[in-house]
Design a protein around this ligand. Sequence first.
Ligand code: COA
Length: 708
Amino acid sequence: MVPQASLTSFFNPRAIAVVGASKTEGKIGHSVVKNAIDSGFKGGIYPINPKETEIMGLKCYPSVSDIPGPVDLVAMVIPAPAILPVAEECGRKGVKNLVTITAGFKEIGKEGLERERKLLDICHRYGMRMLGPNCLGMMDTHTPLNVSFAPGMALKGGIAFVSQSGALQAAILDWSFRNGLGFSRFVSLGNKADLSEVDFIADAGDDPNTKVILVYIEGVTDGRRFLSVAREASRKKPVIILKSGTSQAGAQAASSHTGALAGSDLAYDTAFKQAGVLRARSMEELFGLAVAFTNQPTPKGDRVAIVTNSGGPGIIAADAVEANGLAMARFQKETVDALRNGLPPECALYNPVDLIGSADGARYKFALDLVADDPATENLLVLLTPPDQAEPMKTAEAVVDIHRRHPDVTVFASFMGGERVAGAMDYMFKNGVSVYDFPEPAIQSIKGMVRYGKMRQLAAVGRPERIEDVDKKLVANVFEKVRDDHRRVLLGSEAARVVRAYGIPSAPAVLARDPEEAAQAADSFGYPVVLKVASPKILHKTDVGGVKVGLKTPEEVQKAFVEILDNIHRFLPGHVIHGVEVYKMMPQGTELIIGLSRDLQFGHLLMFGLGGIYVNLLKDVSFRLVEGLTRNEIEAMISETKAYTLLRGFRGAKPADVGAIVDALARVAQLARDFPEITDIDINPLFAYEKGEQPEGITALDVKITIS
Ligand code: COA
């Protein structure tokens, strides 16, 4: 049966049942029923336990089938061996959703894996959706409903938190009570046998009660679907993800924890960037951003104004602004003049505005009003250290007032200290100002918010494009021949034909079997030419005397052909070669690289950067996933590299034809889309020529293609 796509009956069921409900305090089956009752859920709650007739004042049923009315959601808290028949019974009863809290599935090995597979089979057969197994449960504070054994119900708010670690979630919940942080939804994914982060991101994207989507995962379940869902959701609201398992040690822990196969981190980074997802690097950053996005507008730009009562923290914050790629706001003359007229002469009037240690609440208020009114102030950070003259509470009131009156400016505060500032910090936090103990994390949050604003702008432009003027048939034929030959790696001349079939100019190349054929090919190209031994197995052809360059006559070509064969016989006796390839020698251009590799989780990954022999040393490359790639993103990937500086015309050189490079990248992406069997492409070097000179545009010199 096709499962329902919407999670409405999951988060807002008409009635729920708890199988394994218990009277015994301390048992998970007890906590789940208690939480459901305490949450204020308005639908029916049915405890299921064959030994009881009543639990916590509710009528208890021996089994799900005995419940008189419909039940949309069943929580299972019985030992693993008892799960399958109960799930089957739920299916027959017409239950729509299961929350399987029980552990003892995939995470315990073969036996558990088999049990999980059978459980999923049952879900599919009856069209049921399932959370878990091996999870803490879920809550929706707006329904309200709590089907979990978490320590209580989350406070009502705008953050949807989806986590692959239940234990972490319990800790966050506890922490959130102390900090007054509210959630819309709280979902513990467990083993993700059916419902995964992708389903919950999609649903939270459409949930009017959710302002920010927060995710902790150890790995993505379905990379392609994740990309399209996260891209869609992040256009509507911020999606912030903390993905653990980035270090080698972390990756091992992740796979033993929930059996998650951590994909390569680079692919994750690229996927998040392309989907408009913000990647947090720590729990602190994850929640710092969540709080900021809940209370602040998306920044209009990256300019930050800082107001402080001491120089040191002001400078630290200004340094952090620069280190995080943000800009210090430059106030207009009127603002500086007005500050000068109203402040003591010792104060610093330019950003950071230093009100000096004697600043009281009134002085802060005066300066904040002027600074917030300045059009350059897009983000405001207020710093305070508590000397005797400081008035933390009065200052906090001034900050909150600014936050209220300037809904388009993000307002952050860091009042450093302990007891003296605690009340003021609390007051600001409760009134929507983002507060931090120290300036640097505040700047980090501003950076994250600015990045989201920019990503959203970028995501809004351009659709993935298809390129139609390609010769698919020719490429299919080449690949077929390679497979017939029991090869995976194409010869250089074959690879050159493939890229040419996709509209990427490449140096003319022909495979010659004897010296005469080679000379004929050279005649047809025009001189000079290059000869290369044709053998995909020889990686460093120059080292074995397999390359001859700058050949100017038919005689030189024939002689070089024979010399190459001799060298191969001498250096690699018994090595079978396909012949010698003749290439037209192209004039030198800026050496670039276009590469492609295949990631298990997210598909093809496109690479661009500075090419030549120092690629691995210089590592001046950028990446994008082919899936959903837009022209804007290709342009962005080029501009991220240092090679871009060269291409724009460095030290008197004319600029290159960047449009031709964008086109070549789009065409390689199209090739990958059309031929998923391609595992690797290396076009290195790709020569880029100066605009207006001859030759023009680009030429692929050396192309390597591997297929599976
Ligand atoms: N139908 C209805 N009730 C049943 C039942 C069935 N088929 N089978 C057992 N029960 C009852 C039991 O009689 C018991 O009720 P009682 O307290 O009145 O005796 C209750 O359900 C629970 O069964 P019990 O055998 O006592 O199990 P338990 O409470 O010790 O453990 C789990 C059950 C699910 C909690 C446990 O197996 C488990 O998986 N724990 C780990 C959970 C976890 O960590 N999840 C991941 C969190 S991130």
